[in-house]
Each structure stands twice: as structure tokens, then as C-alpha cells.
Ligand binder design. Structure first.
Ligand SMILES: Cc1cc2nc3c(=O)[nH]c(=O)nc-3n(C[C@H](O)[C@H](O)[C@H](O)COP(=O)(O)OP(=O)(O)OC[C@H]3O[C@@H](n4cnc5c(N)ncnc54)[C@H](O)[C@@H]3O)c2cc1C
Length: 479
């Protein structure tokens, strides 16, 4: 008999789940509170500028290819992934910079300029992170429970994946200068966690940056959810937008959803909406005291003309990065000397702005809203001035006079738009006790047939990994 499945949320996790389940013969209905798909991977259009509002790095392209091949098609008929060169540029507060190229030999010349002998450290770092990647990758398609820890088969993993080292302490073994340690650990911030807290095995992100390279989907990041939606629809999935699920419960052997004033029953439900929100608001449960990722303040600028000196991806480090991380993750202060990131997708993809114009997407990590109601709206002028002054001093660009179009996104918008607990942009934190076995599982222990796919469950956040979570959920249903 055909299984009736519902997916709650049309983020990349929900869309990939819908594509997989409908390809495996399930009858699939997707309910999404917003009027369109994509979730955090959304696009905003204004006066010919197309701003990708969330993710900007495509890493681990094989994870994207996998979901299409699972459904019997080739990704290349849906998305054109372009490898970036340079991959990214780092701007240090003292005026120095580091360009990371597609060609590692060129990157090594840059590293040597900053720290003599560091190209050797780079080779050793890549060797170690390659080993970690090969160990971790197969685990990303499996759902673990804390009881897995008691299985002796998994004990060797403790040393194999360096469970007791942090991302930072791993980098420290290969590079002497703080500048390079930051350059090989900043990726942790993109999971919303400090590199001092992230376990060393997350250095597989550095491996993917340098070995597998970084990609951009032509037409913008929003092409990813659109492609997955098209794929799901071609397999028969039905999409219901403006349809916020209000509650989920057990109903005589099936699972019900209350949505649009109606109660509907399904054999299986996969929740893609934020895990903590779903547990408390949709299932009415108490949850453990989890740790949450940081939030971000986002500024999307359409510029009157093109500017020089920036790559597609640009990272600006604070003078005192340790203090900056402490402000965000421990003290919950407004960072007065923040690290930030600028995405200039128009370097690669001219289709995203009118001719001769650039997009600047500026992301500033800030504390989340746990125990706080202050989402920095009132300090916005200050943050903006600090960031603009830094851009001016390092690049000689007076941003204020170049702005044609401007949009913003605050920590509270993550709650209002996406239902993300505490506006924690990247969901549950990726510290050791919330990684691997210890991250919430993809199935529900109390309600048979209820599953989870998305950033806050196993294996974790970030597009490729969220796509892997959809495979775990779909396999548990169809196996
Ligand atoms: C600013 C930013 C930058 C990022 N940068 C990167 C990057 O460069 N590379 C990368 O790989 N990842 C990046 N990420 C992380 C990545 O975007 C996320 O991990 C991923 O998009 C999460 O997908 P998801 O499907 O789990 O959740 P979401 O995208 O949040 O989707 C969940 C969906 O559920 C819907 N929903 C919520 N409640 C309900 C309800 N009650 N009923 C119906 N629908 C509901 C929401 O509206 C949403 O559409 C970034 C994220 C952000 C925000």
C-alpha cells in the first residue's frame, strides 16, 4: 500500500526529503508556513538585484549530487555549479590579507609570505583533515543514539576522530601564527560555534574548502531549493504554501497535523521545521537545556557601481578575535570590533544584479536571543559604522555613497520568519555534546512514524549535511 507522508517545512532539508520519498513511491504533501520554498536558503529581489539571504558557500558538491542521483537524475540537468577561483580572501586588521586559490600551490605561496615554512604545515594539515574526512563521511548518512556509544565497535572512533581536540587546537599543531590558525578554523563560525569549542572533526570543512573547492550555483543559491522543488514535483509531491502546521500528534496508529484549520492524518511525518521549536510548540514537550548557535545581523546592499578589491567570498577578522568570540558566545555583548563576512556573488555571476552593479551581502555574527530581547536593532547604526569604517580603511570604499538598494535581517527575524528558537541562525550549537551520537536523532522515540530532517538534528547544519539528514529520514521510512 502507498505510504502517505507529510513534510513540515520546505527548507532544503524538507525539499530533499520530499524528493527522496516521492521518488521511492510515497504520496507526499509538503506544508510550508511561508509563501515559497527554501527556508533559510531564500532570495529577495529588488530593482534587478537578487540577494541570496542565507547560505552562500556550496561545499561538498557530492552531497548535492547524491540527492539527485537518489531520485534517478543527474544534478547537472538541474544546477550549474561553478568552482570559484579565488575561493576566498581574508582581510586581517593590520592591513595584511590572504587569498586562498583553487590551486593549492598558489595558496601555499600566500601562506609562506605570512609564515615561513607554513606550506609544509598546510600539507600536513590537509593530510590529517583528509583522514578525518574519510573517517567521518560515511557516518554522516547514519543515525546514532547515545546507546551507540556503549557499542565497542565505535570506541576506536574516540581517538580516530580526535574527539578530545578542538578545531583550534588541531590547527595549532600545524600553524604557528595566529593569523593562519584563524584562517584554518574560521569555518566553525559558519556553523555558529567558536573554533575553540567546535570538535576537531569539524576541520573536515577546511578540507572541503581546500581539496574539494568551493562552488557557486549560477543564478544564485536560491537555484538549489528551486531545483529540489522541481525534482519533488516531477515525482508527484504536492506543495502547500502559506500552510503553517499548528500541532502534531498521534492518532490511532497514524500521525495528525493541524494545518489551515483542518486535521489531516499521515502514515509518516518528517519535521523539517527547527527541532527545538517543533518539540516545544508543535509537540508540546519540554526539551533539555540545549546550547544554541550564535545569531547574525545581515545587511544586503545593491551598489550603484562595481567595486574593486574583493573576491566572491571575503572574511574580515577582528583585531582581537578571541575577545570577539567571547563577546558572541560567552558574554553576549554587542561586538564592538566584530569579525564579519562579505559576499559579492556578482564577482562570479552577473545575472544577480543590473549591468555594471554589485551586490554586497554583509554578515556580522552576534549573540543569539536566549535570555535576551535585544536583537541589536537599537545598536544598528553603531555596528554599521564600525563595519563601513573598516571597509573604507582597508579597501578605500565609501559604501554609504554607493548604496542604491538596502535590506536588513535581524536576529528576531529568524524567529518571526522561520520559527527558529532564540533566533539561533544555525540551530543547535555544534559543540561536542551536541554532535554525532549526542545530537538529536532523526526519529522520534515516542511517536512511531515521526521523523526529523534539518540543521538541528543529526548529522548537523549546513546545506550538504542537511541534505544527508533527509537521506537518513527517508531511508528510515522506506527501508
Ligand atoms: C545567514 C546564513 C548563512 C549560511 N551560510 C551557509 C553556507 O554558506 N553554506 C551552507 O552550507 N550553509 C549555510 N547556512 C546554513 C544553512 O542555510 C542551513 O543549515 C540550512 O538552510 C537549513 O535548512 P533546513 O531545511 O534545516 O531549515 P530551514 O531552511 O529553516 O527550513 C525549515 C522550514 O520550515 C518552515 N517552518 C517552520 N515552522 C513551520 C510550521 N509550523 N509549519 C510549516 N512550516 C514551518 C520554515 O518556514 C522553513 O521554510 C547559512 C544559514 C544562514 C541563515
Amino acid at each position: 500500500m502507498t505510504k502517505k507522508a507529510a513534510v513540515v517545512g520546505a527548507g532544503v532539508g524538507g525539499l530533499s526529503t520530499a524528493a527522496r520519498l516521492s521518488s521511492r513511491g510515497c504520496e507526499v504533501d509538503v506544508f510550508e508556513k511561508l509563501p515559497e520554498c527554501g527556508g533559510r536558503n531564500h532570495m529577495l529581489e529588488d530593482k534587478g538585484f537578487k540577494f541570496d539571504m542565507g547560505p552562500s558557500f556550496v561545499l561538498m558538491p557530492d552531497f548535492f549530487e547524491e540527492v539527485f542521483s537518489y531520485c534517478g537524475v543527474d544534478l547537472k540537468y538541474y544546477l550549474k555549479l561553478q568552482a570559484l577561483d579565488p575561493s576566498y580572501k581574508i582581510f586581517y586588521p593590520d592591513g595584511d590579507s590572504l587569498t586562498v586559490y583553487k590551486d593549492s600551490e598558489k595558496t601555499k605561496e600566500e601562506l609562506e609570505r605570512i609564515e615561513k615554512g607554513s606550506s609544509l604545515g598546510f600539507d600536513k594539515f590537509i593530510k590529517e583533515t583528509t583522514r578525518l574526512y574519510n573517517t567521518v563521511r560515511p557516518l554522516l548518512y547514519r543515525c546514532f543514539t547515545p546507546s551507540t556509544v556503549s557499542n565497542p565497535k565505535y570506541w576506536p572512533l574516540v581517538s580516530k576522530i580526535r574527539i578530545l581536540d578542538s578545531y583550534w587546537s588541531l590547527a595549532k599543531k600545524f600553524f604557528k601564527s595566529e593569523k593562519l590558525c584563524y584562517a584554518f578554523t574560521f569555518e566553525a563560525m559558519f556553523m555558529g560555534v567558536s573554533p575553540f569549542e567546535a570538535p576537531a572533526f569539524y576541520s573536515i570543512i577546511s578540507y572541503t574548502d581546500h581539496v574539494q573547492k568551493i562552488f557557486h550555483p549560477m543564478g544564485g543559491m536560491y537555484q538549489i531549493p528551486l531545483a529540489l522543488e522541481r525534482l519533488s514535483k516531477s515525482r508527484g509531491a504536492r506543495f502547500h504554501y502559506d500552510s503553517e502546521v499548528k500541532s502534531i500528534g498521534r492518532d490511532n496508529g497514524s500521525i495528525y497535523l493541524d494545518v489551515n484549520g483542518r486535521r489531516q492524518s499521515f502514515d509518516n511525518v518528517v519535521v523539517n521545521a527547527d527541532y527545538s521549536y517543533a518539540q516545544t510548540e508543535l509537540l508540546g514537550r519540554k526539551i533539555p537545556k540545549y546550547k544554541y548557535s550564535c545569531s547574525v545581523y545581515l545587511l544586503y546592499l545593491g551598489l550603484k557601481r562595481k567595486v574593486e578589491g574583493l573576491a566572491h567570498h571575503n572574511l574580515f577578522f577582528a583585531k582581537d578575535l578571541k575577545k570577539n568570540l567571547k563577546d558572541i558566545f560567552k558574554d553576549r555583548n554587542l561586538p564592538l570590533d566584530p569579525s564579519f563576512y562579505i559576499h559579492v556573488p556578482t564577482v562570479t555571476d552577473s545575472s544577480l544584479a543590473p549591468d555594471g552593479k554589485d551586490i554586497f551581502y554583509i554578515l556580522v555574527p552576534v549573540p543569539n536571543l536566549e535570555n535576551s530581547n535585544d536583537d541589536f536593532r537599537n545598536h544598528e547604526d553603531l555596528i554599521r559604522k564600525i563595519v563601513f569604517d573598516k571597509i573604507d580603511s582597508l579597501l578605500g570604499i565609501d559604501l554609504e555613497e554607493l548604496i542604491e538598494v538596502e535590506h536588513k535581517f535581524y536576529p528576531k527575524d529568524f524567529i518571526g520568519r522561520y520559527n527558529i528558537k532564540y533566533g539561533a541562525t544555525f540551530g543547535l550549537s555544534h559543540n561536542l555534546m551536541q554532535s554525532a551520537f549526542f545530537r538529536p536523532a532523526n526519529f522520534d522515540r515516542k511517536i512511531k512514524g515521526l521523523y526529523f530532517a534539518g540543521a538541528s538534528v543529526q548529522p548537523g547544519g549546513g546545506l550538504p549535511v542537511v541534505i544527508a539528514s533527509s537521506r537518513i529520514a527517508a531511508d528510515l521510512i522506506t527501508a
